[in-house]
Design a protein around this ligand. Structure first.
Ligand code: FAD
Length: 315
């Protein structure tokens, strides 16, 4: 029987929703147990939240000042020590997991299953390749611990209502000092997190400038949405690259995705394949984005958006 260790992603004492999605993937294995590991300097609040996830057997915590920041090289040896009791180690395929899990796999001497999107058996999984244009079935060796990143856009958050026990564990692994936290440079925003937002409004090259992007931020704020962008908009310097959606940006699955002045290149569409309702505003009626939209508005964004904002204000 499988025993899965899920690595909790968290920031500032808050559990990231990617963890509950990773638990969903773990549940698909029908395992004997799913334990969530919280590595932090102060794990209590995160552990309490993780214990609420339905299907979690136990939450393990390791409090260590060295875990104040999620540095892959520091976290990985601790995970490897605990992983010895498990058949599978899963982390989310987010920036956090993509950084951390390959280190875990390397220290365990196994190959990593990346972007797990479906479970066929405890060692057989489906994952996308070629920017999501092909789905490949991969088989992990049965006699090794399976290390995988879970494609969060493919899995719903596991329900809450669980009541797992929380257990502090001590870890004796020697931690490297060659990699240290220096500073975190991140844009400050009160908007929802792009990766986990239920609604996302994205702008592309058609928006035309950083100043014009205000119209995108305004619509996002009216909808309570996160802001995203195409790579062309990022490359042109309209917005920071943490907002990029797509193959080389963030893969997201909001309930509502609004693409404004975005043509719909395959590399962009890869990032929104699992979105619920897709709306596009583009002045070119032949833009490829319209092939995948649920609602398409053909017209000039600078005319349509103020009209839309007016309607939202009066509704
Ligand atoms: P464009 O393709 O230039 O489209 C702009 C659109 O705006 C047009 O359709 C135009 O009709 C419309 N428009 C212009 N003015 C207006 C107006 N006033 N009103 C309404 N509509 C208007 N791209 C990503 O987005 N994410 C990725 O992660 C990504 N990764 C890549 C990885 C690789 C290896 C490669 C090769 C490319 C990648 N790209 C990625 C780039 C991708 O191929 C496209 O170049 C990019 O997505 C185009 O961005 P865009 O749609 O904003 O720009």
């Amino acid at each position: 029987m499988s025993k899965v260790l899920v690595i909790a992603e968290h920031l500032n004492g808050k559990l990231n929703a990617a963890t509950a999605k990773t638990v969903s993937a773990a549940l698909a294995l029908k395992p004997e147990a799913i334990d969530v590991l919280v590595l932090s300097d102060a794990p209590d609040a995160v552990a309490t939240a993780a214990a609420q996830i339905a299907g979690v057997t136990k939450v393990l915590t390791s409090a260590n000042a060295a875990n104040a920041h999620a540095i892959a090289q520091v976290l990985a040896p601790q995970i490897v020590e605990i992983a010895k009791n498990y058949s599978h180690v899963f982390g989310p395929s987010t920036t956090f997991g993509k950084d951390l899990m390959p280190c875990v796999a390397a220290l365990l001497g196994v190959g990593q299953v990346s972007d797990l999107m479906a479970v066929e058996s405890p060692t057989t999984f489906k994952r996308p390749m070629y920017a999501g244009n092909a789905i490949v079935t991969v088989e992990a060796p049965a006699d090794h611990i399976v290390v995988a990143t879970v494609r969060t856009a493919s899995w719903p958050e596991a329900a809450t209502g669980g009541g797992a026990a929380v257990e502090a564990v001590s870890v004796s692994a020697a931690l490297p000092t060659h990699t240290r936290f220096v500073e975190l440079a991140a844009g400050k925003s009160d908007r929802p997190d792009l990766q986990s937002a239920k609604r996302v409004v994205s702008g592309g090259r058609g928006v035309g400038s950083a100043e014009n992007f205000k119209i995108i931020y305004d619509l996002a704020d009216k909808l309570g949405a996160a802001v995203g962008a195409s790579r062309a908009a990022v490359d042109a310097g309209y917005v920071p690259n943490e907002l990029q959606v797509g193959q080389t940006g963030k893969i997201i699955a909001p309930d509502l995705y609004v693409a404004i002045g975005i043509s719909g290149a395959i590399q962009h569409l890869t990032g929104i394949k699992d979105a619920g309702t897709i709306v596009a505003i583009n002045k070119d009626g032949d833009a490829p984005i319209f092939e995948i939209t649920d609602v398409g508005l053909v017209g000039d964004l600078f005319q349509i958006l103020p009209e839309l904002a007016g309607m939202l204000a009066s509704s």
